[in-house]
Design a protein around this ligand. Structure first.
Ligand SMILES: *[C@@H]1O[C@H](CO)[C@@H](O)[C@H](O)[C@H]1NC(C)=O
Ligand SMILES: *[C@@H]1O[C@H](CO)[C@@H](O)[C@H](O)[C@H]1NC(C)=O
Ligand SMILES: *[C@@H]1O[C@H](CO)[C@@H](O)[C@H](O)[C@H]1NC(C)=O
Ligand SMILES: *[C@@H]1O[C@H](CO)[C@@H](O)[C@H](O)[C@H]1NC(C)=O
Length: 274
């Protein structure tokens, strides 16, 4: 029996059809609780949150059935469909989505976009780039005479300088930059709500079509991060619904107890011989 045969690969993954169980009896302060699940992904592809009880803070599951109904002869951004050859519409576009159009790929449509290269020469000491969130690239270059002239923003106890990005703790889906005049309100032009946070449909339509799942590294919070990798089911995997669910933090909050789906790579060698 080789080492590979004994390898028991257990990928703890969040899947599109993650089910959350609800325990509503014990109340605690739930407003500080982070809801579980790959929320940025659900949000990006337009899944519908379902709540056990009206007023629940966290969804107990997300309905992503529309992904199964997608045609392989179209491209999609959330629930909007595109014909092959069609350009990305303004309503689905973020500032860095340049020259995107829908193409016919093997087994599914796929968006192809221009590569945006925000090249700037080296920036002199004491200078920095201002930011306009409705533009992809930074600028204009600014060289204040005195460091004290640079506008600052204090957000969640952290000080940012003009042109620096920040993410408000309570509004992680917003994209913000410090600019002159910021008074703590996360509104335009300081913050925008990107159409999608991770551009999942734009760049991962084929992964979605193949029913692959976004995966997250240990240092990432799936609720607030974009996945950096995808995992597709392969012939060696078996899908094991977790029958009992594992208690998670915030179990006492509505919609907080969680069931995960796991992929397990079976131990072929021992199955054959033991
Ligand atoms: C897309 O490509 C596939 C094979 O490459 C082809 O069979 C199909 O007809 C094409 N679809 C459209 C709408 O052109
Ligand atoms: C930011 O860019 C948009 C268009 O891309 C422009 O209309 C707007 O005036 C700019 N805002 C500032 C403060 O320069
Ligand atoms: C920068 O401005 C501060 C406050 O206005 C002043 O105290 C300081 O001397 C200035 N520094 C320079 C290098 O001009
Ligand atoms: C599945 O398992 C076999 C035998 O261990 C291995 O040779 C093959 O590469 C595996 N396939 C995948 C996709 O992991």
């Amino acid at each position: 029996m080789d080492a590979h045969g004994r390898t028991f690969l257990l990928l703890q993954v969040f899947f599109c059809f993650v089910v959350f169980a609800s325990t509503g009896e014990n109340k605690q302060d739930c407003s500080q609780v982070q809801c579980p699940g790959p929320l940025m992904y659900y949000e990006d592809v337009g899944c519908t949150p379902l709540y056990k009880n009206e007023g629940d803070y966290c969804a107990y599951k997300y309905n992503c059935d529309h992904l199964n109904a997608r045609s392989k002869n179209k491209c999609y951004i959330k629930r909007n469909s595109y014909e092959f050859g069609e350009r990305l519409r303004a309503q689905d576009k973020d500032p860095c989505n340049v020259g995107c159009f829908c193409t016919n790929e093997t087994n599914s449509g796929r968006f192809v976009c221009a590569v945006v290269d925000c090249f700037n020469g080296p920036i002199d000491t004491g200078c920095y780039m201002k930011r306009n969130l409705s533009q992809c690239c930074p600028g204009p270059l600014t060289c204040p005479k005195n460091e004290s002239e640079i506008p600052k923003c204090v957000v969640d106890g952290v000080t940012y300088k003009d042109g620096e990005f920040f993410t408000p703790k309570n509004e992680p889906w917003k994209r913000c930059t410090c600019q002159e005049g910021y008074t703590g309100r996360n509104i335009e032009p300081f913050c925008i709500m990107p159409r999608t946070t991770c551009s999942t449909d734009l760049y991962h339509s084929q992964d979605i079509a193949k029913k692959c799942i976004p995966i997250y590294y240990a240092d990432q919070n799936p609720a607030t991060s974009c996945s950096r990798a995808w995992r597709c089911q392969n012939a060696n995997d078996t899908v094991i619904p977790n029958p009992s669910g594992s208690p998670s933090s915030g179990e006492d909050c509505p919609g907080k107890k969680r069931y995960d789906l796991q992929f397990r790579q079976p131990d072929h060698e021992s199955r054959g011989r033991d």
